[in-house]
Design a protein around this ligand. Structure first.
Ligand code: 3PG
Length: 218
């Protein structure tokens, strides 16, 4: 059992915005706005009862790579793959979840928050991980320090990532992408203001392209 290369699943822009929607139609509109803004991969989080319906609807209607996040159990993994997930993201790691992810057959990143978490995943051959919550855990300087020890591990920081610090993270050589919720503010979703989401995504993608960082996962 090995980890399929996660970067292959998000081939394109190294940014994975979160989609949290109560209604699949809203999920589709959010994903469509993100795609129009230049986003190539989205992560639907399992934090609403309709999240898996959102995954099915987005897979059917929007030309974007769809992952599922906030997975806490092996059952979540199975349900997400059945719904059409193309990659998986967990907020944290456990022996049970790492084994289930390694056997799931699609790209994944387990969540880690400290060097001990990283070592446990590394011992299993995992080399791509989510660092969460990155902002509270020391941000880009912490990831840089981790990079001196875990030289073959690459991270996707989430949690506290924003337009203000995005480039700090993406310019690190051990960061292959970043994720977060700032590209789909709850207020815009509540108001069904999809243009706000499209604009935020376009700004972030333009920022990445301006620094020639768009090829990080290509
Ligand atoms: C995640 O699941 O990665 C986090 O909820 C994202 O955190 P943020 O809301 O601070 O972007």
């Amino acid at each position: 059992m090995t980890q399929p290369r996660f970067a292959d699943a998000i081939n394109g822009v190294p940014l994975i915005p979160i989609i949290q929607a109560d209604d699949p139609a809203d999920g589709v509109n959010i994903a469509r706005a993100m795609a129009k803004g230049g986003i190539t991969s989205v992560e639907v989080v399992l934090r609403t009862p309709k999240a898996l319906d959102c995954v099915r609807a987005i897979r059917a209607e929007v030309d974007v790579q769809v992952g599922v996040g906030t997975l806490l159990t092996p059952e979540h993994i199975r349900q997400s793959i059945d719904a059409g997930a193309q990659f998986l993201v967990t907020p944290a790691s456990s022996p049970t979840m790492l084994a289930a992810l390694l056997g799931c057959g699609i790209p994944f990143i387990p969540g880690v928050g400290c060097t001990s978490d990283i070592l446990k995943a590394w011992e299993l051959g995992i080399r791509e991980m989510k660092f969460f919550p990155a902002g509270l855990l020391g941000g880009a300087p912490m990831l840089k320090a981790i990079g001196s020890v875990f030289q073959d591990v690459s991270f996707c920081p989430t949690g506290g990532v924003s337009a203000d610090n995005l480039l700090d993270f993406l310019s690190l050589k051990n960061v292959f992408a970043a994720g977060g919720s700032w590209l789909s503010p709850a207020s815009a979703v509540a108001a069904k203001d999809w243009q706000v989401i499209e604009n935020l995504c376009r700004e972030a993608v333009t920022l990445i392209q301006s620094q020639h960082l768009e090829g990080k996962v290509a």
